[in-house]
Design a protein around this ligand. Structure first.
Ligand code: COA
Ligand code: AMP
Length: 636
């Protein structure tokens, strides 16, 4: 007997057009598609060719028309502003979104124009995204923890007509003024937006922007509501920049039609959530999790979504998540394992949990990094609900592997996100032969093309980079750049990235990008950045610097300067705080830096002397430098 998961999975692989054609019936289309999957321009596959829809209509108008007008659509919960809680019904959210869209339209923002959204976690961030979707404009949200330079790189790539922002973001210990960052970014960027729409927050006065400045509330109040613009299924909904192997981020392009279909399907089938339920993704709208599961999927499904401006600890304590779950009767929480490690560190016995009623809480989903078994068992023990590790990427927009609670709940195996989700034909391939490897062997995790709906269409203005980065190495497959293996029961384990991406507190960062910043320091001749294990954040970046000949400055001063430089150029979110000066970097005879070996030394893992090493003595120096850095004690 097959279960519902096995049936769904088999059909999705054998007959993807039938499977996704049925799923697409759950979306309101202004024009029905002619073909479910268009492969005429492979590898640029397009879903629902000929179909037209509006994503904002499916998130808001549709529910207002179907009797959900008075249901709460969005709850803003903000412990960092003294405990503000603001609720929007579907009708209220639709009203604000339509007027903000009207304000953008009055500024000439049209279908296909780009809009950069640089916002803290306030409702206006979601409103801005939906307003763009309403007009068929393409938004690009930039995470608030990125510095001006990173914002400028994205402005130059996306070339936005407008920027939507706020006067500040609020971290636990400080107010972060956005206007100086925004103005600096506009100054650095070659492309200049024609208008900035700024939400004035009480915590920080607005300052003039470097271009035409609209006050958010004034513009919204003066605007006439804009209607939905119907767009082709493959019209881009958004660009989301994510770390690549260099300082130039990759602009992942998401469509409207495939995205709507996959996300709507995922809510019931993966998360087990029904319309009317309260769903909380404790992430940030700057990341893909925030796009998919704070904004689009829960609203598309008619749920109540929660937008939380706070942290798991320190706002005010390690009971913050339990308080939010209890206050808003949350059924499902989605967050990163690092948040649970932070809570556990402060309240190992989860004593604060006793203060709250979690009777509505039914499941915890974790992603962004592997859930370590300790954290998994702890969460299962204290919460007594299913705890689901699920695996996905910015590029995919929704989970590739998960325990699909709405289809069939499998027994949990610690360290594994269970099985590939319907739609995802995942194979583990040998890195040299490109053949499938047997169960139990580690290889490159790849997805057989075509990928299911919602996967990236391409990289913004970079079709060739899209092909080179993802499709070239394993012909016929998408390379996830994760290494891992299947076991005998078909469970998958994600072990490591195969590129230079590291995962710091669930945030995806490029060590290559950090190396570019370190190399720009005038005294640095050469450098390397690796990700070292960290008990709380999963990984932390660590830099090695080789100084130019004749530099007389103290090494500590140079280390402090590069730490500041990364903060200024990339942003505090890089969490780059440790570096050390060494005489040389270990390299192969062909000049490749042995980052993997350095990482094993730093993590106290067994390592073999690479046969191709140029000068083995350097590794002793590296070991000494690590031990002297304080990192040595942390890793023992
Ligand atoms: N704007 C400005 N600065 C920000 C920021 C933002 N939106 N988000 C983070 N930062 C800053 C922090 O203040 C911190 O600065 P500091 O070096 O001056 O202390 C730095 O960036 C690093 O932030 P973070 O990695 O978040 O560390 P933290 O110590 O503040 O918090 C956790 C640690 C684990 C509590 C926090 O990372 C967390 O809640 N993680 C959840 C992960 C998550 O949401 N992942 C998204 C994918 S699901
Ligand atoms: P991002 O694009 O920021 O979502 O990061 C994607 C990367 O995070 C993946 O390629 C993995 O390396 C890692 N990742 C995300 N979720 C998981 C998970 N559940 N288990 C292991 N790694 C994960």
């Amino acid at each position: 007997m097959t279960n519902a998961f096995e049936e769904a999975y088999a059909r999705s692989i054998d007959n993807p057009e039938g499977f996704w054609g049925d799923a697409a019936e759950a979306i309101t289309w202004t024009k029905k598609w002619d073909k479910v999957l268009d492969d005429s321009n492979a590898p640029f596959y397009r879903w629902f060719k000929g179909g037209e829809l509006n994503t904002c209509y499916n998130c808001l108008d549709r529910h207002v028309e179907d009797g959900r007008a008075d249901q709460t659509a969005l709850i803003y919960d903000s412990p960092v502003t003294g405990g503000t809680v603001r609720k929007y019904t579907y009708a209220e959210l639709l009203d604000e979104v339509s007027r903000v869209a009207g304000a953008l339209k009055a500024e000439g923002v049209d279908k296909g124009d780009r809009v950069v959204i640089y916002m803290p976690m306030i409702p206006e961030a979601a409103i801005a995204m939906l307003a763009c979707a309403r007009l068929g404009a393409i938004h690009s949200v930039v995470f608030g923890g990125f510095a001006a330079n990173e914002l400028a790189v994205r402005i130059d790539d996306a070339k936005p007509k407008a920027i939507m922002s706020a006067t500040c973001g609020i971290e636990v210990n400080r107010v972060i003024e956005y206007m100086p960052l925004l103005n600096e970014a506009i100054e650095i960027a070659k492309h200049k937006p024609s208008v900035c729409m700024i939400k004035q927050r009480p915590e920080c006065e607005a300052k003039a922007t470097a271009t035409k400045h609209l006050d958010w509330d004034d513009a919204m109040n003066a605007a006439s509501p804009a209607d939905c613009v119907s767009v082709e299924s493959s019209h881009p909904l958004y660009i989301l920049y994510t770390s690549g192997t260099t300082g130039q981020p990759k602009g992942v392009v998401r469509d409207n039609g495939g995205h709507a279909v996959a996300l709507k399907w995922s809510m019931k089938n993966i998360y087990g959530v029904d319309p009317g339920d309260v769903y909380w993704a404790a992430s940030d709208v700057g990341w893909v999790v925030g796009h998919s599961y704070i904004v689009y999927a829960p609203l598309m499904h008619g749920c109540t979504t929660v937008l939380y401006e706070g942290k798991p600890v320190g706002t005010p304590d390690a009971g913050a998540f339990w308080r939010v779950i209890s206050d808003h009767k949350i059924k499902t929480l989605f967050t990163a394992p690092t948040a649970f490690r932070a809570i556990r560190k402060e309240d190992p016995k989860a004593e604060l949990l006793g203060k709250y009623d979690l009777s509505h809480f039914k499941a915890l989903f974790l992603a962004g990094e592997r859930t370590d078994p300790d954290t998994l068992y702890w969460a299962m023990e204290v919460l007594k609900v299913p705890v689901v590790d699920h695996w996905w990427q910015t590029e995919t927009g929704w989970p590739i592997a998960s325990n699909c609670l709405g289809l069939h709940e499998y027994p949990v195996k610690a360290g594994s996100p269970t099985k590939p989700v319907p739609g995802w034909n995942v194979k583990v391939l040998h890195e040299e032969t490109h053949e499938e490897v047997p169960a139990g062997d580690i290889g490159a995790i790849c997805v057989k093309l075509p990928m299911p709906p919602s996967s990236l269409l391409t990289l913004w203005n970079a079709d060739q980079r899209f092909k080179d980065a993802y499709l070239e190495e394993y012909p016929g497959y998408y390379k996830t750049a994760d290494a891992g293996m299947f076991d005998e029961d078909g469970y998958i384990s994600i072990m490591a990235r195969t590129d230079d991406i590291i995962n710091v507190a669930g945030h995806r960062l490029s060590t290559g990008g950090m190396e570019e910043v370190l190399a720009s320091h005038p005294d640095v001749a050469e450098c390397a950045v690796i990700g070292v294990d960290d008990q709380m954040k999963g990984q932390l970046p660590f830099g090695f610097l080789v100084l130019k000949a004749g530099v007389t400055k103290e090494p500590e001063d140079i280390v402090n300067e590069v730490v500041q430089l990364v903060r200024q150029k990339i942003g505090p979110v890089a969490a780059f705080k440790q570096a050390t000066v060494v005489q040389r970097l270990p390299k192969t005879r062909s000049g490749k830096i042995l980052r993997g070996t350095m990482q094993s030394i730093a993590d106290n893992k067994a390592w073999k002397m690479p046969a191709t090493i140029d000068d083995p003595v350097i590794l002793d120096e590296i070991t000494e430098a690590l031990e002297g850095s304080g990192l040595g004690s942390a890793r023992k």
